[in-house]
Design a protein around this ligand. Structure first.
Ligand code: FAD
Length: 603
């Protein structure tokens, strides 16, 4: 059953032509790959997703993961998917050849995961978290820990998780209390973790938890947090697995992504749970954050995939649903005429174009971030690596937030396209709407991402990252100015970039005076403003690439395809970019209506 809710042409256009994958493939680490071998790999992922993911998407919503008789029951396909995905190299794709990896670029792995997530967003998380947990061990773990856990994880035989959250420590990880006491054979771990994705389920051979905990006597706050490998079952030298006292208390029942279990775990209920330190003591949060760029881009990617799938589903519906008649020039309906398809109504076209603009803009954003990720690690010039690393740091909170927040709005518009049927379970839109809602909460809420963007990323190294990003945006404006049809849009983007400087100048005054709460009180509004501009920049690049292809008579895609990209860019600049002016007005308003002392407004 083929997943029809993906636009592979757009994925390939954005990957190869707009984000120019070639610049990544030219790095020596990827010398074994070219565009053709990557295309073959992505085609095989599509075929795998059509077979192993898409047919189970609705079933997983209808038969949610649930807690029964002390264990979590998930759809049986989860174990199949992990096994077959492992065999196909989907967990190991990023890793070095020496440890059995495929040494593929991050950008390609992003495209591969995106294809899977458009097919079924409930399942790829099991595999993605295993990859993330293995990455932490490979980067920071000892040889022994690596040899014990990584091969099984890369093969898809053992699952991996990230255990950060505790009942009293969600956004604020400085309040973690899970403890680790040195023992003869590692550390005794004790504490509970909540909301752990893929934390345990029937049929899984072992689960390797990457747990943040405090070694007894460690400093308070984030400086005293260490990272441990804590398996559900302890492997012994003879290959046997014995219980490691990790108890599953419950599975959280959710409004969406119901097939993806979310567990409540207790470590050391019987005082017999062992963990092994990863890297140095008290460096746990630092290690986690070094891996966070990848995890956050992955969240943005998942939201972008759902946005695309929902867009394709509502587009297909709008092309088939007759309703009403087109208005005549006199403004009167001619009921003698046949009903028109709803796609012919301007308001339905507006909703579809918004979906297209957000879906494809978000995809371009996550691909660009992944490219920066690759080049920050593999570029032959160390100065360039540093430059890409700063660009990546700045872009990451936006790559996580824009697809999550705007994706939700976009899917809501998609549901609206279906009218009453959009609200009914016979149609898929309501599932996408429920599924995408978690993405602005995963891996740090929008509020937390916004504090990171304005409070840390914009200001780091005296604003160096912003300078570098502005230079990239200026390059795009200059390129667009060479085409008569695009120059005006470049000017609009230039004006929005200038507005960003005005906004930041206004806000920085508070930071300079030490009024940090005021400086950051509208950080989320700033995120909306800045994210809107960034995606406007990406749309200008998409349109420039399409315009160039039309000029040279490129035939990789049809001329309608290229024209549709330019049309969507124009839509974005008519309907989305002007919102930045209103947001700038909010940001530069002198009143501070949301400061803590104003709690009495709720009386
Ligand atoms: C389905 C699901 C899966 C998850 N998977 C995992 C997982 O695998 N591993 C894991 O460790 N965790 C996981 N989480 C936890 C997730 O990361 C947290 O829920 C999230 O970070 C928010 O923490 P919280 O729920 O405690 O909310 P809180 O931290 O209580 O936040 C509540 C609200 O207050 C705001 N807020 C909090 N602090 C501030 C601040 N300083 N300034 C401004 N606003 C603030 C937040 O933005 C939010 O709107 C998962 C959660 C869910 C729901």
């Amino acid at each position: 059953m083929a997943n029809q809710y993906i636009d592979l042409d757009t994925l390939k256009f954005l990957l190869y032509d707009v984000q120019d994958l070639q610049t990544v493939l030219e790095q020596s680490r990827y010398q074994d790959y070219d565009q053709e071998s990557i295309a073959l790999f992505l085609d095989s992922v599509k075929e795998f997703s059509d077979r192993e993911l898409f047919p189970f998407f609705r079933e997983m919503d209808d038969q949610p993961a649930h807690f029964k008789d002390g264990e979590i029951i998930v759809h049986p396909q989860v174990n199949e998917y992990m096994k077959k995905g492992g065999e196909m190299g989907l967990v190991s794709a990023l890793f070095d050849y020496e440890i059995g990896g495929m040494q593929l670029p991050n950008t390609v792995v992003t495209a591969s995961a995106y294809i899977q997530e458009t097919a079924n967003n409930h399942m790829p998380g099991y595999l993605g978290l295993t990859l993330g947990a293995a990455e932490l061990i490979v980067h920071f773990g000892s040889k022994e820990i690596n040899e014990t856990f990584v091969p099984k994880m890369l093969a898809g035989a053992w699952n991996g998780t990230m255990c950060l959250t505790e009942p009293q420590a969600g956004s604020s990880l400085s309040d973690i209390v899970t403890s680790a006491v040195p023992a003869e054979d590692g550390y005794k771990i004790s504490g509970q973790k909540i909301f752990i994705s893929g934390g345990d389920f029937k049929g899984v051979e072992n689960v390797v938890h990457l747990v943040l905990a405090r070694i007894k006597g460690a400093p308070a706050g984030t400086k005293g947090i260490s990272l441990f490998v804590v398996p559900k079952k302890r492997p012994s030298t003879d290959g046997n697995l014995t219980s490691n006292d990790v108890t599953t208390f419950a599975d959280f029942e959710k409004m969406g992504q119901k097939g993806y279990c979310t567990t409540h775990l207790f470590f050391g209920h019987n005082d017999d749970c062992r963990g092994w330190l990863v890297g140095e003591p008290n460096q746990g949060l630092k290690y986690m954050f070094l891996m966070m760029n990848g995890a956050r881009i992955a969240v943005g990617r998942g939201a972008a995939a759902i946005t695309m799938a929902a867009y394709q589903a509502s587009l297909a519906y709008a092309r088939e649903r007759p309703q009403g008649r087109s208005l005549t020039n006199t403004g009167k309906k001619d009921v003698a005429q046949e009903q028109t398809l709803i796609i012919n109504h301007p308001d339905v076209k507006r909703m579809l174009l918004l979906q297209k603009a957000v879906a494809e803009g978000s995809l371009s954003l996550v691909l660009l971030s992944s490219k920066y990720h690759d080049l920050s690690q593999t570029h032959s010039d160390p100065e360039e690596r540093k430059r890409y690393s700063q660009l990546l740091e700045l872009l990451t909170p936006i790559a996580k937030t824009y697809p999550s927040e705007m994706g939700l709005l976009s899917v809501s518009n998609g549901l609206q396209v279906l009218g009453g049927y959009g609200f009914c379970t016979d149609f898929i839109l309501q599932q996408y709407y429920r599924d995408i809602r978690i993405f602005s909460i995963y891996e740090g809420t929008t509020g937390i991402q916004s504090l990171d963007l304005l409070g840390r990323k914009i200001t780091m190294n005296n604003g160096k990252a912003l300078q570098l990003l502005s230079a990239e945006i200026m390059k795009s404006i200059i390129e667009a100015s060479e085409f008569e049809a695009l120059a005006a849009y470049g000017e609009k983007l230039g004006a929005t970039l200038k507005l960003t400087q005005d906004v930041l100048q206004f806000l920085m005054e508070f930071a300079k005076k030490g009024e940090y709460e005021r400086f950051l009180s509208d950080a989320t509004v700033f995120m909306e403003f800045f994210g809107n501009m960034i995606v406007g920049w990406l749309w200008l690049d998409i349109a420039t690439t399409a315009q160039k292809a039309l000029l040279v008579g490129e035939t990789k895609f049809s001329s309608e395809f290229y024209h549709s990209k330019i049309h969507t860019m124009k839509f974005y600049y008519k309907y989305e970019i002007p919102k930045t002016k209103a947001l700038a007005e909010v940001l530069m308003d002198k009143q501070a209506l949301t400061m803590a002392e104003d709690q009495k407004v709720f009386t």
